[in-house]
Design a protein around this ligand. Structure first.
Ligand code: AMP
Length: 396
């Protein structure tokens, strides 16, 4: 069975075609700068090809991608009939979609009601789905939601202590994001350890440009660091994460900014980039602190400290800890961050093999030593495969 996974962003469309019988990716790529000038498709079928072409909207981009998949030279299938299902990454399922679902026109209408909750991503996600409905009307379309894995978080952890009618009227609560990644590494970690989910108290650390953590008990998420939006929680590439919400009106008054402008400041001009004034990329922060840059050093310490604090909180929430999983760009590649986080957790009996960890990038590995009371794993995330697996289950 061949499954196409689509991840539509505001100006991009990523795609990956899987042969599910072999659990292997056949081809992948990304259409970029959709709706802008200089748009192109980067296509990878063993060899990388970059094709410059006009992509005024997501429907045109998808049509070009489908043409590429069936292209006699660059493609991997003879006709679109060889695509058995499409899995779509969708940012927000609100409280309606708490697991992956087969999409129909009615569900797409429901999704349109969530645009306010993800004004950048949701229109693009919906655009990708509608394009598939019109170009492949007979192929089942599945929606996999970034929020779904967190639907099991109990009310005491997902509600904010605001007047309750704000939750009832506007559904203001913690949703959490990166769900497909947390779910994938949770499952992989249990497989890797050869244990049932039912025996595991786990913390998953998705540390990338956007970062979040999840506390997972018996395979079910019980808390996560991102909240109503992806802004809450850890120090991220350009997001500040947790702070006193009273700072928002204060900045507004001091700098004569609208709430939307303060929102942009917190989401796009803060975090590693905003604090250091250098870059949102952890590699640049590491380089700068090795050269003695004080703000780079300080923001790195803040990044590590916030994570350590969350590990402590989640260990209490879980009532113990069996396993920690590092994943995503920083979690998979930045061995200094992994080492420094684990050092701070030695009091809990967390010990990693520093020699093994040093320089290790992107390879599934058990980092913890025999003496460690907590298993520490590096598991590369694979959000597309996670979506493909859900799609496979639903259409099989
Ligand atoms: P992601 O959002 O998961 O794609 O992660 C992207 C982030 O991973 C980048 O912004 C970098 O900060 C970080 N990253 C990637 N490779 C490395 C590396 N070798 N060392 C440190 N950080 C890295």
């Amino acid at each position: 069975m061949n499954i196409l996974v689509i991840n539509s962003g505001s100006s991009s469309l990523k795609y990956k075609l899987f042969d599910m019988d072999k659990q292997k990716s056949l081809v992948s790529g990304v259409a970029e700068r959709i709706g802008g000038t200089d748009s192109f498709i980067k296509h990878e079928n063993g060899e990388k090809t970059v094709i410059d072409l006009e992509l005024p909207n997501h429907k045109v981009a998808l049509k070009e991608v489908l043409d590429l998949l069936t292209d006699p030279k660059l493609g991997v299938i003879k006709s679109l009939d060889e695509i058995d299902a499409v899995g779509h990454r969708i940012l927000h399922g609100q409280e309606v979609f708490t697991e992956s679902v087969i999409l129909d026109k009615e569900k797409v209408e429901t999704l349109k009601g969530f645009i306010e909750m993800g004004p950048l991503h949701m229109p693009a996600n919906i655009g990708g789905i509608e394009a598939c409905f019109s170009l492949m009307p007979n192929v089942p379309q599945i929606g996999a939601f970034d929020t779904a894995f967190h639907a099991t978080i109990p009310a005491k952890a997902h509600l904010y202590a605001l007047p309750y009618d704000l939750y009832e009227s506007f559904k203001i609560r913690r949703y959490g994001f990166h769900g497909t990644s947390h779910k994938y590494v949770t499952n992989r970690a249990a497989e890797f350890l050869g244990k049932s989910q039912d025996d595991l108290k786990m913390i998953t650390l998705h540390l990338g440009n956007g970062s979040s953590m999840a506390a997972v008990k018996n395979g079910k998420c019980i808390d996560t660091s991102m909240g109503f939006t992806p802004l809450e929680g850890l120090v991220m590439g350009t997001r500040c994460g947790d702070m006193d919400p009273a700072i928002v009106p204060y900045i507004g008054k001091k700098l004569d900014m609208t709430p939307d402008e303060v929102d942009t400041l917190m989401n796009k001009e803060s975090g590693l980039k905003g604090f250091s004034g250098l870059s949102n990329d952890m590699r640049d922060i590491q380089q700068a602190r090795s050269e003695g840059n004080k703000l780079a050093q300080l923001v790195y310490e803040m990044f590590v400290y916030r994570i350590v604090k969350y590990v402590g909180a989640y260990t209490a929430a879980l009532g113990g800890l069996d396993c920690m999983v590092f994943t995503a760009g920083i979690g998979e590649n930045d061995y200094e961050a992994r080492r420094d986080i684990c050092k701070e957790l030695a009091f809990m009996g967390v010990f990693i093999d520093e020699e093994l960890n040093d320089g290790l990038k992107g390879k599934e590995t058990r980092l913890s030593t025999k003496e460690s009371k907590v298993e520490v794993l590096l598991i590369p995330t694979n959000e597309e495969l996670s979506i493909a697996l859900d799609t496979y289950k639903l259409v099989k």
